[in-house]
Each structure stands twice: as structure tokens, then as C-alpha cells.
Write a protein that binds this ligand. Sequence first.
Ligand code: 3Y8
Ligand code: NAP
Length: 259
Amino acid sequence: MPPDGRPNLLVLGGTTEARQLAPILADRGLRATMSLAGRVQRPAHQGLPTRVGGFGGVAGLTAYLTQNRVTHVIDATHPFAAQMSHNAVAACAQTGVPLAALTRAPWGAQSGDDWTRVPDIAGAVAALDCPARRVMLAVGRMHLDAFTANPQHRYLLRLVDPPEKPPGFPRHDVIVDRGPFKLDGDTRLLRDHRIDIIVSKNAGGSGARAKIDAARALGLPVIMIDRPVLPARTELHSPEEVLGWLSHADSGIGTDLGV
Ligand code: 3Y8
Ligand code: NAP
């Protein structure tokens, strides 16, 4: 506990939910730091004091928690940020710092959806071992190389930053854009590029789902990548649940929240 006895929260961010939580914590005068990995050139303003960059594995995170007298960790990272989530569970177990995840439920297929579910990126690559198609590859930058195994397709790549090197696809188009995305924009994008199949992570939440709703409306198939397995931890699904957890997470924080 910090010398002044006030809570000191660490929010592992990089998602819409983290950015929505930030002002709610700030408005209650709770001391909190947002943490980003530093994946993109110009991260959006997060609404909290923000640190950027890895911690240096479990040991680095453990040291950070101890040296900064962190009283609570909220893991609001993306469901595919599995390594960060595993490290958070391990470091909080070692230090005894209370941990809760702020996450979102996976998307479920609705009437009119044409999904092929695959377990991981490799499964999505295998599902594209088929005659040439026009593929929207909406999985970001980090796993693009895996898809060069199927050069027969024309790919539409949506990236947060301009690619540092030409993507390894003979035929491709690049869209530099960041979410949250909107239905009309993604519908127009799929139409303009005459996309006939979409590859997506099952991110859940609202920021990435426009392409899924657009695919349904246009009758397009989706290769849907299931989430990696995450460690057992307390899982919350709204900022209100986070405030409730904080007020009961054995920290006397309730007085700070006026609850
Ligand atoms: C650096 C920080 C907010 C948060 C916005 C969410 C929604 C919009 C949709 C598509 C899918 C994708 C990608 C995506 C979305 C939100 C959220 C989300 C998907 C920023 C951000 C950071 C990142 C990192 C980036 C990854 C990439 C993944 C693009 C900020 C904008 C594809 C995930 O170039 C790279 O290295 C990009 C890396 C990890 C996945 C990948 O493998 O490439 N996100 N995205 C975070 C950090 O440094 O810690 O600037 O806001 C955040 C957001 N991107 O403010 O509302 O909550 O999911 N992010 C996926 O879902 O498949 C785009 O194009 O349809
Ligand atoms: P990851 O594979 O789980 O993590 C790899 C390493 O990156 C971690 O071990 C850690 O490095 C560092 N890291 C990850 N998230 C961090 C954070 N919030 N703060 C500080 N360091 C972090 O993570 P990822 O999938 O690359 O995701 C990176 C970031 O992008 C996260 O903030 C995540 O929320 C966001 N994001 C990811 C996706 C996605 O599709 N993966 C989508 C949207 C947003 P050390 O081991 O050195 O500590």
C-alpha cells in the first residue's frame, strides 16, 4: 500500500473497454496508470497517465508492481493478448496484488451468419487453401506473414500503421485505418473491394464487429478465429462491475468510491 494509503491501480489497456473505464476511474479521483505495449506509432489518448512498453516478462511486471506499490491490477487487454494476461495472473499471484480482467464476451453466430470457426491463425491459413478469392484479412499486422502460404488470393489488409515493408502478397490492397469501425463504412469497404470472404478474430466487443455485421448483410462468409485459452481469473464485463470489485477487493477502497 502506498505511504498515503490511497489505492494505486494499474490498467493493462489497448482496448475500447480500457479507454471507456479510464475517465470513470479519473472522475472518482482514483490514482490509476494505463499501460500499453507500444504496438502502434500514435496510440489514442487514453484519459489516464499512460506508460508504454513491455514490462520484461513476469519478473519485470512483478518488479513494477512492487516498486510502484500497485494495489490493484485491471487486465483490460484484448482477448488475443494472451501472453500479457498470463503474465498478469502470474505476477499478481507472486505479489498478492488483487487482479481482475475487464473483458467482453465472444461474438456468437446469428441467423444469416456464414461462419467457419477455426481454432487459431494456422487454422485460418488452412481454411484459405482454396481457389483464388478476394479476402479481407482483418487481423492486423502481427500475423500477416502466416497468410503468405496462400498467394493465390487477392488480400485487402487493414492496418493501424502504414506497413514498414511491402506485405508479402503478390496481389493486395492496404487500408490504413484504426477502429472503432462503423457498419456503413465497413459495408462500403467490402463492396468497393468486391470482397468475397473475411478473416476475423473473435475479438468480441463493439470496436471490431462492424465487418461481421456487414458480412451478414452482404451474405459473405467469415473465417472466425476462436480466442486463445486464457488463465482462470476474476472476469468483469463493465466499468460498473470494476467499481464494485474495487470496493470489495480487500483494500478499503470503498471509502474512496463513496460506496
Ligand atoms: C496499441 C491502441 C479504443 C480502442 C480501439 C478493440 C477495438 C478498435 C478493432 C479490423 C480489426 C485488430 C487490431 C483492432 C481493433 C479496437 C481498439 C481495436 C483490430 C489499437 C491500439 C493498439 C492496437 C494494437 C493492434 C494490434 C492489432 C489489433 C488492429 C490505440 C488501435 C486487428 C485486432 O500494427 C500493429 O502491430 C497492430 C497490432 C495488436 C492485432 C495484430 O495482430 O496486428 N490491435 N490497436 C495497443 C498497445 O500498444 O498496447 O491506439 O487505441 C486499439 C484498438 N484496436 O480506443 O477504442 O477494443 O478491440 N485492433 C482484432 O480485433 O482482430 C482491427 O480491422 O477489422
Ligand atoms: P501479447 O502477445 O499478449 O503480449 C506480448 C508482450 O507484449 C507481453 O508479454 C508484454 O511484454 C507486452 N504487452 C502486451 N500488452 C501490454 C500492455 N497493455 N502493457 C504493457 N506491455 C504489454 O499482446 P498483443 O496481442 O501483442 O497485444 C498488445 C497490445 O495490443 C495490448 O495492449 C492489447 O490489449 C492490444 N490489442 C491487441 C489485439 C490483438 O489482436 N492481439 C487487438 C487489439 C488491441 P513484456 O513481457 O515485456 O511485459
